[in-house]
Design a protein around this ligand. Structure first.
Ligand SMILES: O=C(O)CCC(=O)C(=O)O
Length: 308
């Protein structure tokens, strides 16, 4: 018997590759996360910021040191269009931050409470039964600033958090209203079943990051064909949770509205030896911050297949 989800929700997750759960967080929990996000932004010293930018596009993923060493820190990444050609911010920093990452869930008590100390999250992980002993990694607040909030191009998360076999699962919480105009998420339902992981995002030996192909050209060509279809836009309200299978294709458009679209997201993966976390991944556990276990005890339910 599921603890938190209904069986039809579990079925929907495995059929579509994602699941929207309205009102998962209480208004108070949601507001705490939103206010804490804004406080972190208002307190961070923009003067010493190296002006790194983040997108998930193949060309533009800026793999500088600030990004690569952010896995065990709370750092601030700027909207591409908030910085002029001469490197100056063209607006106040509160309207310039694209995202905060990547160890909010470990370091910040407000985010930790919702992530690693949340019995509902643990119940959902057990209900989905995608993992035996999941660990959490890579938390982010994505701000989608008014007018300039950058698009997040089509991708699947297992490309970025590669394990063998693929096992990423995203928890994405709307902290504000998410609409077609401010860059709500959209999904290609079922693509986790039809479109294989064809590449992975790695640290390059020469420095920086890049994509490495992991399938032969014919599989890549097939994946490009199967990745076509009708995207479904999922409008969300504050407090809604979207569960995202690591292999499902999804994206979000540029925010062209005058409203922010704050969201909090973190991921979990299966731990070793059931899935191997690769040393080439951009994000690495550190001795002082290994990936934290999500469950107090391994989940001994019949495990659903972790589908690449
Ligand atoms: O919040 C967004 O716009 C994109 C989030 C996303 O793609 C992800 O968490 O994998």
């Amino acid at each position: 018997m599921p603890e938190f989800l209904h069986q039809d929700q579990i079925d929907e997750f495995y059929r579509n590759g994602y699941l929207l759960i309205p009102g998962f967080l209480s208004p108070e929990e949601t507001n705490n996360l939103l206010q804490r996000s804004k406080q972190l932004i208002s307190e961070f010293p923009i003067e010493s910021h190296p002006r790194t930018k983040f997108t998930t596009g193949d060309e533009n993923h800026v793999g500088d040191n600030y990004f690569l060493t952010s896995g065990d820190k709370i750092r601030f990444f700027l909207e591409e269009d908030a910085v002029d050609g001469d490197g100056k911010l063209n607006r106040e920093k509160e309207k310039a931050v694209n995202k905060i990452g990547h160890a909010l869930h470990e370091l910040d008590p407000v985010f930790r409470k919702v992530t690693l100390e949340n019995q509902k999250v643990q119940a959902v992980a057990r209900d989905l039964a995608m993992h035996v002993d999941p660990v959490a990694l890579q938390s982010m607040v994505i701000c989608k600033q008014p007018q300039i909030g950058g698009e997040v191009g089509e991708h699947n998360d297992s490309t970025f958090l590669y394990t063998d076999p693929p096992s990423a699962l995203g928890f994405w919480f709307a902290l504000e209203e998410c609409t077609p105009l401010n860059g709500a998420l959209s999904f290609l339902p079922g693509s986790h079943l039809t479109t294989p992981i064809t590449k992975r995002f790695v640290r390059l030996p020469e420095g920086g990051t890049g994509f490495e192909k992991i399938v032969p050209p014919e599989v890549e060509a097939h994946a490009a064909t199967s990745a076509k279809g009708k995207y479904i836009l999922e409008a969300c309200s504050p407090g809604d949770l979207v569960l995202i299978h690591g292999a499902v294709l999804h994206k979000s458009e540029r925010n062209t509205s005058s409203h922010t679209r704050f969201a909090y997201t973190f991921h979990m993966i299966e731990s070793s030896p059931r899935a191997l976390y690769d040393a080439k991944n951009w994000l690495q556990p550190t001795p002082s911050m290994p990936f934290s276990r999500v469950l107090n005890e391994p989940n001994l339910k019949l495990i659903n297949p972790v589908i690449a």
